[in-house]
Write a protein that binds this ligand. Structure first.
Ligand code: PHB
Length: 388
């Protein structure tokens, strides 16, 4: 008798495997495609740490199922992006993709995800197209569109009386789109961008561009750099002495996760972002305490929050299907309808799958990007070109 029952269980398991069906006992395969090397390496690690912190808070499971992780270092290299995405999709056969940081890499990742109908949660990259023309039922973002943090600074800069701005950034989608968002917000409020300066990603030879800014003498400079490049840019801008006459502003990436390395050079810089230090809500305070305790006293940054919220979003979907991630339509519908109780403040997703969220004005004080005010409340990306 015993023997027969056992055989039947084993047979059912074998059949399920042959048919390619996961059972509740199987682990959910989660594919992390993130930069673990290069100028964005620290960002990738923060995203993974944030994701795993939430999972640990749920007792190591999401939707009642354990997770098995597969990792690829995408090096923030768009040329290798399709191949790297397919490692996770075809070789590892992951159930869900989590990533990435770089907009160019993320566009290839989103294309591969759509082509294979694999669910994707974008945990940083702001490429407008992902929740624009490339949007789809299986595509989600817990971060931002590039347009959002750029746009948010427009009214703030204009209200400070600035009339002219020079923009400076790396020449790729993230830089171009964040500057474009700023242009829209700034020009709508009477400002004018008099020059757009760029250099190739991830170069950090800023000297000739700083000389050009000095000769143009705009009222302000608006910049996007992040990670290691942001550290160097802020240091160089400070060393040039320009800050005294031409204040530097940026999207919050310029000073997020970078303050210990930037030190004195970053003091007083104003940026806009969907996260800030000093929010002082019970939700954020709990998150920060737990993060610091888990990761050697490292303070969480915006990237850690975006990773944490990707796990929260996944949990909302899995709760609706009792862990059966193969019930794709129901899983995805539940995610799209979720309200995420984020450390940044609660947010929902637009029809295109991008967070509708507050953007904070922050000011660097010591090693903190302290919240000054909400620059734009509940800002939704226009999702131009998305037909969902
Ligand atoms: C991007 O490529 O979209 C990107 C990278 C780093 C950031 C923000 C955006 O901090």
């Amino acid at each position: 008798m015993m023997h027969h029952a056992l055989n039947r269980v084993l047979l059912a398991g074998a059949l399920a495997l042959v048919a390619g069906h996961a059972t509740a006992a199987d682990k959910i395969k989660v594919g992390f495609m993130l930069p673990y090397s290069g100028t964005y390496a620290a960002l990738g690690t923060a995203i993974e740490n944030g994701f795993k912190l939430y999972v640990a808070e749920q007792g190591g499971k999401l939707g009642g199922r354990e997770l098995e992780y597969f990792k690829v270092d995408d090096e923030s290299n768009p040329a290798k992006a399709s191949e790297n995405a397919n490692r996770l999709i075809k070789r590892d056969q992951v159930d869900i993709l989590i990533g990435t940081v770089h907009s160019g890499v993320a566009m290839a990742l989103a294309k591969a995800a759509k082509g294979s109908d694999t669910t994707l949660i974008v945990t940083n990259a702001g490429a407008d197209a992902i929740t624009g023309p490339m949007c789809g039922p299986g595509i989600f973002r817990t971060s931002f569109s590039n347009w959002q943090p750029g746009y948010a600074m427009g009214p703030v800069a204009a209200a400070k009386g600035h009339k002219t701005a020079v923009t400076i950034t790396w020449k790729y989608a993230a830089g171009a789109e964040q500057m474009e968002g700023f242009r829209e917000g700034f020009e709508k409020n009477g400002g004018k961008i008099v020059k757009d300066l760029t250099l190739p990603f991830p170069n950090v030879e800023f000297q000739s561009l700083l000389t050009e800014i000095a000769s143009i003498k705009p009222d302000m400079v608006f910049a996007f750099f992040a990670g290691g490049g942001a550290v160097k840019f802020v240091q160089d801008y400070h060393a040039s002495g320009l800050q005294k006459t031409i204040p530097l502003y940026g999207t919050g990436f310029l000073t997020d996760g970078t303050l210990p390395a930037q030190g004195a050079s970053a003091q007083g810089i104003l940026t806009t972002l969907h996260y800030a230090d000093g929010l002082n809500t019970p939700r954020d305070n709990d998150f920060r305490a737990h993060y610091a305790k888990t990761y050697n006293n490292v303070q969480p940054d915006v990237y850690a929050v975006q990773g944490y919220d990707a796990a929260q979003l996944m949990q909302s979907g899995l709760a609706a299907v009792q862990g059966n991630i193969d019930d794709k339509a129901k899983f995805r519908d539940a995610m799209r309808g979720a309200t995420i109780d984020s450390p940044r403040g609660k947010f929902t997703l637009s029809a295109a799958g991008n967070p509708v969220q507050d953007f904070y004005l922050r000011k660097v004080d010591g090693q903190k990007n302290n919240v000054v005010e909400v620059a734009v409340k509940q800002l939704a990306d226009p999702a131009r070109g998305c037909k969902l």
